[in-house]
Design a protein around this ligand. Sequence first.
Ligand SMILES: *Cc1c(COP(=O)(O)O)cnc(C)c1O
Length: 368
Amino acid sequence: MKVSDEILNLVPYRPGKPIEETQREYGLSKVFKLASNENPLGPSPKAIEAMTRAISGVHRYPDASCYELKQALCQKYGITEDRLTFGNGSNELIDLLIRIFGEPGDTMVTSEGAFIAYQICAQAARVKMEKLPLSNHLGFQIPAFIERIKDPSQPTPKVVFLANPNNPTGSYINEKDLVGILEVTQGSEETLIVLDEAYNEFVRAKDYPDSIELQKKYPHLVVLRTLSKVYGLAGVRIGWMLAEPEIIDLVNRVRNPFNVNSLAQVAAIAALEDDVFLQKAQTVNWEGLDYFYRELDRLGLDYWPSEGNFVLFDTGQDSLEVYECLLKQGVIVRPVKGYGLLTHLRLSVGLPEENKEAIAALEKWVNR
Ligand SMILES: *Cc1c(COP(=O)(O)O)cnc(C)c1O
């Protein structure tokens, strides 16, 4: 069978190392996983309750339109039904957008160091994902994006992918920069701007844009959100998209009809209503991040302030050796070599005791 080079050259996504595997390989009883930006509190108790109640109904196909969930989101965010659709995680929505708007040979644009799913999905669709250089602060360089988009000698990007905040760098794009890029692409009818806001609820920066408001003004803006991070539902897979009705209609044609399972739908509704859980998750995260900053300062390690639920730091050497040293001590973090960040590691915020373990293990490495 003949398979294209793009497919043959794909490198499978490397998820964080599982806890059980680490226990087996290193003969450890206690292992802390701070590698996948998961919610350390678990899911909202209300979501657990809703899934427990719904489980006896799983012989039925799920609601293909996610009607109840759609209503809940419309109420919560003041949006209309025709601007929403759902995915099996926002990862699926990224894949669908690339398949819908990209034909083989087309070009899309993102940054180096951007969430790796953009590259993987594009390559699978034989679409070129062009990556603009990161700034010195490991942020997206919006002026470079604008220059690239305006350059008539280069192919017009079909889609521009902006992760805000970005994973794994933790950097964010402020309102002024985002509006700048929306203005230069406004009305071109050739370029969509996809804003991936997986970590939206963790952002503390005051000049972070209100994408739901901006979408009303800029019809070429597509916003992606997920229940995987602050809402603690990564395992049931659900994300949502806010976009113009014409775009929603296209996605609904291409997606599998039952892409979002029935447990995910009820869990999402319950989680979205649980403000107490949301606030707790935010507090745990912000206190954890501030703790990491203080401790990384104390250990003399460079890091990048993060608007997500993780921090990227520089080990100053081949990151895999440090990764191994931490694994042996029962702490799983995330190497990010696939992003071209060869000396860096990404550390997710856990519960206070998990954060302490991670820092203690790092301190052992520093004092080796
Ligand atoms: C985790 C993450 C996602 C999405 O995850 P799903 O679980 O597929 O919803 C999307 N974008 C970024 C930048 C992420 O880090």
